[in-house]
Ligand binder design. Structure first.
Ligand code: NAP
Length: 279
């Protein structure tokens, strides 16, 4: 924590300390004072273990966790979030009435701000955050969507805290299902691609270890080229495809197998499911 940090004097409560909540929490404790972090989980033993490991405060339950923190970060499964919101709503409403509202932050896929607000009340400041699994190693993309209910300085402080997990991006809430697909579902598609490349490498004589390393490094390097050079993927593909060379033969074979169409179809299937879950 440095002077001038937006998160100075901000306090954060995490409700749910499982895979994603636990990962954000651990990373957050690396950049902000663990004493300004409160945690609660229905599995209290898990919360106590994390609390003693990280030095943050373990609360008796969800109600205690929302009593005073500036940000209440819900990291429970989407199907449980309604129950948790109903439980904490009286405390949040009282804080709002007392002029000390918490900013409610949800990382649950597919649960809209209006759906959450229907459990709590019209004036509750709410932000949605969509993390992806690379956040577990600090290389994630944390997509943030708020509305007019949240003040800019609060969003900026949240953004700063979430930067512990990688990059952050602000987006309009009406694009969250698309973003969930593009950012949170797509790592699984990329893992399939890496696995297939590695299988082919093994088929042609490479060891599994070397083949996986080469495939993953190629994906990492190619992604960095797109992000760091500002060049279009098509231009970069053309750069490695020399006339009558081996790469263009592989590219032509992928096109013949409908590679791009298959990827678009997979995206649309996942997107459809994301929109269904939000209803
Ligand atoms: N994992 C991802 O890749 C990913 C990516 C993007 C978004 N998300 C979102 O992240 C959220 C959490 O997912 P996850 O994978 O981290 O789930 P998880 O590992 O199951 O973590 C949820 C935690 O909340 C606890 N919990 C359950 N009911 C509770 C309650 N009433 N009060 C307090 N704590 C409670 C669970 O305890 P028990 O284990 O005892 O039930 C568990 O420790 C989901 O909404 C998901 O949509 C996840």
């Amino acid at each position: 924590m440095k002077d001038g940090d937006l998160t100075v004097n901000s306090t954060f409560s995490f409700i749910g300390t499982g895979n994603m909540g636990g990962a954000i929490l651990k990373a957050a404790c690396g950049i902000i004072d663990p004493d300004s972090i409160y945690i609660a989980d229905s599995d209290r033993a898990k919360a106590l273990t994390l609390g003693s490991e990280l030095g943050c405060n373990v609360m008796e339950g969800n109600l205690q966790a929302v009593e005073s923190a500036d940000f209440v970060i819900l990291c429970v499964k989407p199907q449980i979030i309604g129950t948790v919101l109903d439980e904490i709503a009286p405390v949040l409403r009282k804080r709002e009435a007392d002029g000390n509202p918490a900013v409610l932050v949800s990382i649950a896929a597919g649960v809209s701000i209006s759906k959450m607000r229907s459990h709590i009340g019209a004036k509750q400041p709410i932000v949605r955050v969509m993390p992806n699994t690379p956040a577990l190693i600090g290389k994630g993309l944390m997509i943030i969507a708020g509305d007019d209910s949240v003040r800019e300085n609060k969003i900026a402080a949240l953004e700063q805290m979430l930067s512990c997990c990688g990059e952050t991006m602000r987006l309009s809430e009406n694009l969250m299902d698309q973003a969930t697909t593009a950012s949170s579902c797509s790592p699984a598609f990329v893992y399939l691609f890496i696995e297939a490349l590695a299988d082919a490498g093994v088929y042609t004589g490479l060891t599994r270890e070397n083949a996986e390393k080469m495939a993953a490094s190629a994906v990492l390097g190619a992604a960095s080229m797109v992000l760091e050079t500002g060049m279009k993927p098509g231009e970069l593909k053309d750069m490695v495809s020399s006339p009558n060379g081996s790469t263009i033969r592989g590219v032509a074979s992928l096109e013949k197998s409908g590679f791009r169409g298959a990827v678009i179809k997979a995206f649309l299937a996942a997107y459809e499911r994301n929109t269904e879950m939000g209803k």
